[in-house]
Design a protein around this ligand. Structure first.
Ligand code: ADE
Length: 232
């Protein structure tokens, strides 16, 4: 059983439409859709926006469905200046950028009293995902930084640490919190995002249409990964 998570309903819309539904439940307002996706048993779920809700939903899904893999999809803002809107980033690692206990001796992003700072994505799924050929744009392998902030200006000096200390290539609001829950539960984890903006306050002109394309892109990338790792 594989769990596919997206923060907003528009991010999982293409998945919801593609699942051969066996059971649907709404938990605390968040839909969990259990069924078959291209022949793979899945639960597709909406996590809500931000670290707290996404962590809460992820643990609930683990306790209810016992997935062996968790795949996170959706959109992200680019920090890496080579990335363009519409590109795909496959995270090889991610970090909670607003976890900051540096005042008491921990590295920025390190979760105190765990060994967790840069949370690694499952190697096999990463290798599969980077061979995905999208309908448009490029595929990058990089680091995603996660925090409870929508970044409107990546050039703001106070945000320099996102790239300078944390080597972030893209920013979003759920990946590393879900990754942390996956790591604590020893579940394989993958994080793939479509770049929606350059973290500069801009957005694609027709944002609803862009979100539909991004969700389709995520669906095709997830299909590629699941078909690859299912052959074991
Ligand atoms: N998700 C998409 N774009 C983002 C941004 N600029 N900051 C945080 N999360 C995002």
């Amino acid at each position: 059983m594989v769990c596919v998570l997206g923060a907003m309903d528009q991010e999982i819309a293409a998945f919801a439409a593609a699942v051969d539904v066996r059971k649907k439940e709404i938990w605390n307002g968040f839909p969990f859709i259990h069924g078959a996706l291209f022949g793979h048993e899945v639960v597709v779920a909406q996590s809500g926006v931000g670290k707290t809700l996404s962590a809460m939903v992820t643990q609930r899904i683990i306790d209810t469905y016992a997935p062996t893999r968790i795949l996170v999809t959706g959109i992200a803002g680019a920090l890496n200046r080579a990335y363009k809107v519409g590109d795909t980033i496959v995270a090889d690692s991610c970090v909670q950028h607003d976890m900051d206990a540096t005042a008491v001796g921990f590295a920025r992003g390190e979760v105190p009293y765990t060994k967790l700072r840069f949370i690694e994505c499952d190697r096999r799924m990463v290798e599969a995902a980077v061979t995905y050929v999208p309908a448009s744009g490029s595929v990058h392998r990089g680091r995603i930084v996660t925090g409870d902030v929508f970044v409107r200006n990546r050039s703001e000096p106070s945000l320099a640490y996102l790239t300078e200390q944390l080597s972030g290539d893209a920013v979003e609001m759920e990946g590393a919190s879900i990754g942390l829950v996956a790591a604590m539960n020893r579940i394989e984890f993958l994080l793939i995002r479509t770049i929606s903006d350059l973290a500069d306050g801009s957005a694609p002109p027709d944002f609803p249409a862009f979100l539909r394309c991004a969700s389709q892109n995520s669906l095709q990338c997830v299909r590629h990964v699941l078909d690859d790792v299912a052959v074991e």
